[in-house]
Design a protein around this ligand. Structure first.
Ligand code: 9UX
Length: 91
């Protein structure tokens, strides 16, 4: 997996929204994993930057009727690894 990022999504109000967004993002060529979270109004997406881009992913989400705030995207660090890094004093 080349890139794993997390960003907010505006406009989600129900679990069906989650599935609409998940399906829309999965259809984008180059997307490897997608996890949409209703509670935190955000999505975590892993993609191959040689095949797609955050912009293309945001457009797919926009066509599904939601707003992806990819301007607020940040690298997603899995919590287990985050724990190791913090124990090492890296962040
Ligand atoms: Mo249902 Mo979620 O129409 O916006 S999919 S509320």
């Amino acid at each position: 997996m080349a890139e794993l990022v997390r960003f907010p999504i505006e406009g989600m109000t129900c679990t069906s929204c989650v599935s609409h967004i998940t399906k829309a993002v999965r259809k984008v060529e180059g997307v490897e994993v997608v996890k949409v979270n209703l509670g935190s109004d955000s999505a975590t997406v892993g993609f191959d930057p040689a095949l797609t881009s955050l912009r293309a992913i945001a457009e797919a989400i926009g066509r599904a009727g939601y707003e992806a705030r990819v301007d607020q995207a940040e690298p997603f660090v899995p919590s287990a690894r985050r724990g190791i890094l913090s124990r090492l004093g890296i962040r």
